[in-house]
Design a protein around this ligand. Structure first.
Ligand code: SF4
Length: 220
């Protein structure tokens, strides 16, 4: 697979939230900020600083780029804890074998959203492929609440990551946009005005339809 075709890992969580949202972001390249997304980006920007911290036999790698050829995705881990472990893997930053433990930073109240779990598990699966290791667990860290939530990467979560990566790939390959399904999730969606979920077509699709109708009128 060509490097340029790797899809952003963070969009797995967009796909979990709403497949149409993921398709609009991916295929129509739109992004609209709302209060939720702006707050999230601000809190995230404070922790986004690529560096390695060492303390004895443990390291913390911040802003670490990961990818998976088999899943066709790439992204960044906010933080990876790497502690000495005889059965662990070798990474460049450590002179000894380490066990890896990815941590994803989140804003807002402490909650175990499926989309968060998918994103974190996808990071772990990328690391497993890159370093030929096993990563059984990671954590979500809620910045404002200063709370850490441990997450176990079970078989079902791994299957869901693989399925969402395949769904994203299909949307991308076909350049398709699924129809809108209006629901409670739309109220919090930053691209609602673009998506127009009650009309079931996006602004771009709607303009295309109007242009087509205009052409038909001209040719009558
Ligand atoms: S407005 Fe609703 S249907 Fe449209 S992208 Fe957002 S969540 Fe999906």
């Amino acid at each position: 697979m060509d490097d340029r075709e790797y899809l952003p890992l963070s969009w797995l969580s967009q796909a979990e939230y709403c497949l149409r949202r993921a398709a609009l972001l991916l295929n129509e390249r739109i992004w609209m900020e709302n209060e939720e997304t702006a707050k999230g980006r601000f809190e995230h920007s404070r922790v986004h600083d690529r560096r390695v911290e060492r303390r004895g036999d443990s390291l913390k790698l911040y802003e670490y780029t990961v990818f998976s050829k088999s899943l066709g995705i790439w992204g960044k881990c906010d933080c990876i804890e790497a502690g000495r472990c005889a059965q662990g893997c070798r990474i460049k930053a450590a002179e000894f074998p380490v066990e890896l433990y990815p941590i994803e930073y989140k804003h807002g109240s402490v909650r175990e959203e499926r989309s968060y779990l998918l994103q974190l598990c996808a990071q772990a699966m990328c690391l497993e492929e890159m370093f030929h290791t096993k990563i059984p667990a990671g954590a979500l860290f809620f910045i404002s609440a200063h709370r850490r939530l441990d997450v176990s990467f079970d078989d079902q979560l791994r299957k869901d990551v693989t399925a969402q990566a395949a769904a994203l790939r299909k949307l991308w390959d076909e350049q398709s946009i699924p129809p809108a399904e209006y629901g409670p999730k739309c109220k919090r969606c930053s691209i609602q005005t673009y998506c127009m979920p009650k009309t079931r077509s996006s602004a771009k699709e709607y303009c295309k339809k109007l242009a087509k109708e205009a052409m038909e009128v001209e040719t009558v």
